[in-house]
Write a protein of this length. Structure first.
Length: 750
């Protein structure tokens, strides 16, 4: 037994010289951390990016030429005939050593001009700034846009409807460049705090808003967001290893209950001039303009406004000339409401599709432009998860749902006139998860299908009949490598939660599983409202990591508690409101009790791990259920929701000023003294999302409670804790920690 002094130490885990990373295995049936995270063995086949042409009669994609360079190819959808539209040589700027590395592209309406995105740089989570070039197929000219700007600073470039101009954002100002010559600057006040045409950290992260401007259908105007972030406090990331002196990086980040950016939407003439601002009432710092598009005309915009608590959404129509607005539809909920990304205009703008939980399930509604007529197109006790497309000529609504199994997704269609019964189109002999990228005319779709442990296959299908036309990304090499691996049984099942609600779960068992033996059990948890983990779909490297553990003799389990975004109805998802972490912990504990009752489960060797919200849950369960869990790994965890951002946290937990008890009841810091087992904390010090502050606050609480634990800090790494060999190091560290504390069979501490 360690001395009291040793038990109080915070141990910084390092890689000992006597315990190097596992060597790359030569046995194709076995996995290792370097093989999963440090090799190309399990790289997925790429396809695209694909762009539909002519409504769907053809599509373009990037393919390798015989020389290895990528070129843009047109493929006839039905016949499959192939034509090179733009060669690698044509994508090579004068004097350059090679062609542009095309990361994304867009066609002008007449297909004569190609807009190319390249040389990108990361902005928060995604690479959304870079360089843009235009290739003219008629003249063969290749020209760079925005030459006045610094390299890799253009954002969201888009052709005008006539293809003769391109609008883009540079350093928070909006510009229009005429391809015949000349650049017009539309805004002049862009700065660190005045943000035109794009967004600040929290709008991007939590409302999924990045591209902040829209061309009008007639090309005469642009509508755009402007944020005033002048009242938002900076959070400082400290970079200590880039030089001998530490550097401080300020990020405008509104913590829960703090001051938000003030947001508004304006309309400006594409030739320049004054902006007409929409006359949306209310305090712009205490509401969100969460969505904005042109409303099937060049005269009106459609806007979705959320109040700060996000329990009311106003759908508004705005006059683009005067800025006057009127509300046509209201959604309200005791917990929160979701913004709608599936708004599709029909009948020359007289009606639109709307998605709502107003009857307790997520359904698609057909709504008149004035909001007075609202008709449910998908009635029943099930959730629609996404609209795939609307075919007004054929009279069909295509959508994803899974009425019988919340862990799966299938394509259905229903009549727009409400007649008849919905029809499932995804094949009955393909249980699992189906996704679709449909052509504009809804005749065709790229259909991606996968299962748990089975990599995705993408096939071109005729949408209405689901007739396969050709495989466009078969992933044969990846599938062969995965099939060759030693794998044990996998079971999807349901286990009871704290109130008896049956929760979806999966169990991965070791190869050669013997039900008479007793196995260590590792639970993988997320548990939050952003992600479900129990899905019958390919899980990529995360699946392979868990498979590696089963090869070592672990049973791996995951459970989706109430509050996860499973298609199981409004009440299932929103039961957690106002107390993030409380009900979820009860549900996960009850589920673990059910697993503990299984004859092969060694209750003395239960562990849990998770990332982000999963780290938060791992901590709560280790601290509050010491009778169940002896070991936990918490990666980049939230430890108290007061440290997280406004939009996400307040949506689910309300304001800390009015719900301090709810914030504290769900916080692992509150229960730090309950730690009795083994805890490994892992965090990147450069995490701009879940700040390292979270881990440091928990460290202080654990020190105050005189509880021992282990800590691994990754200098300057972000929330993904990645880059270079970082993933190999991180997962190797976790593997050794689990082997030390779970595989050895140490009994739980008293």
């Amino acid at each position: 037994m360690r001395s009291l002094v040793a038990r109080l130490l915070v141990v910084l885990l390092l890689v000992p010289a006597s315990a190097p990373f596992a060597a790359q295995t030569t046995d194709s049936t076995r996995l290792s951390v370097p093989r999963i995270f440090g090799s190309a063995d399990f790289q997925s086949e790429s396809f695209g990016p694909a762009r539909w042409l002519g409504g769907g009669s053809a599509y373009t994609t990037l393919e390798r030429s015989p020389t290895g360079a990528r070129e843009l190819v047109r493929i006839d959808t039905e016949r499959g005939t192939r034509q090179v539209l733009v060669t690698a040589a044509q994508l090579t700027p004068p004097g350059a050593a090679g062609p542009l590395a095309v990361e994304s592209y867009a066609w002008s309406g007449d297909l004569q001009r190609l807009l190319i995105f390249t040389n990108s740089r990361r902005v928060w989570r995604q690479n959304t700034r870079g360089d843009y070039w235009v290739f003219d197929r008629t003249t063969g000219a290749l020209r760079q846009l925005g030459r006045f700007a610094r390299p890799s600073t253009l954002m969201f470039a888009k052709f005008s409807p006539d293809g003769g101009r391109v609008a883009y954002v540079v350093e928070n100002d909006l510009y229009v460049e005429d391809l015949a010559g000349g650049v017009t600057r539309l805004t002049h006040d862009g700065s660190r705090t005045i943000i035109n045409g794009t967004f600040d950290w929290v709008y991007e992260e939590e409302l999924d808003l990045r591209d902040g401007f829209r061309w009008s259908p007639d090309g005469r105007r642009l509508a755009y967001w402007q944020l005033d972030a002048s009242g938002v406090r900076d959070f400082y990331l400290v970079r200590t290893t880039d030089s001998v002196y530490a550097a401080v990086e300020p990020i405008q980040y509104p913590k829960a209950g703090g001051t938000n950016s003030a947001g508004r939407v304006g309309v400006v003439d594409a030739a320049g001039g004054a902006t007409t601002w929409l006359a949306i009432d209310g305090d712009p710092r205490n509401q969100y303009i969460a969505r904005m598009e042109w409303a099937a005309s060049s005269d009106e915009l459609v806007v979705q406004r959320l109040n700060r608590l996000q329990n009311r959404l106003d759908l508004m129509l705005a006059d683009a000339r005067t800025g006057a607005v009127r509300t046509v539809l209201v959604e309200e909920d005791r917990a929160w409401v979701e913004v709608v990304d599936d708004l599709v205009w029909l009948d020359q703008g007289r009606r639109f599709t709307w998605v709502s939980e107003r009857d307790g399930w997520t359904h698609v509604y057909l709504v008149s432009r004035d909001g007075r007529e609202v008709r449910d197109l998908t009635p029943g006790d099930f959730d629609v998860t996404r609209i795939v497309g609307v075919d007004p000529r054929g009279g069909w609504l295509y959508y994803l749902a899974s009425p019988g199994a919340a862990t799966q997704r299938y394509l259905w269609r229903a009549r727009l006139d409400g007649r008849g019964r919905p029809e499932r189109l995804s094949p009955a002999d393909q249980p699992g998860t189906h996704g679709y990228n449909a052509s504009p005319d809804l005749r065709w779709a790229f259909h991606t299908y996968s299962r748990f442990g089975a990599p995705p296959v993408t096939t071109l299908v005729a949408l209405g009949t689901h007739r396969p036309v050709r495989v466009v990304a078969g992933n044969r090499a990846l599938s062969a490598r995965v099939s060759a691996l030693a794998r044990g049984p996998v079971e999807f099942l349901q286990v009871p939660g704290a109130d008896g609600t049956m929760l979806d779960a999966w169990i991965m068992k070791p190869p050669g599983f013997d039900p008479a033996r007793r196995y260590p059990v590792l639970f993988y948890v997320y548990g939050g409202p952003a992600t479900a983990t129990v899905t019958d779909a390919w899980g990529g490297n995360r699946y392979l990591w868990h498979l590696l553990l089963t090869q070592k003799g672990y049973v791996v389990v995951s459970v989706d508690n109430r509050g996860t975004p499973a298609p199981r109805g409004r009440d299932f998802r929103k039961a957690i409101y106002g107390q993030l972490g409380v009900l979820e912990t009860l549900d996960q504990g009850a589920a673990a009790e059910a697993v503990a009752a299984m004859p092969w489960a060694d209750r003395s060797r239960f562990g849990i791990w998770g990332w982000s919200n999963g780290g938060f849950m791992s901590l709560n369960l280790l601290f509050q259920r010491a009778d169940l869990y002896g070991t936990a790994i918490a990666v980049a965890p939230v430890t108290h929701w007061k440290y997280y951002d406004t939009i996400y946290t307040e949506r689910y937990n309300g304001l800390p000023q009015t719900n301090a008890e709810g914030y504290d009841r769900g916080s692992p810091i509150t229960y730090a003294g309950g730690l009795r087992g083994n805890l490994l904390l892992i965090h990147g010090t450069g995490d701009d999302n879940v700040h390292y502050q979270n881990t440091e606050a928990l460290v202080n609480a654990l020190i105050d409670a005189t509880r021992p634990f282990s800590l691994m800090a990754y200098p300057n790494r972000t929330h993904s804790i990645s880059g270079g060999t970082t993933s190999v190091h991180l997962y190797g560290l976790m593997e050794r920690y689990l082997d030390q504390h779970l595989m050895g069979g140490s009994p739980l501490a008293p």
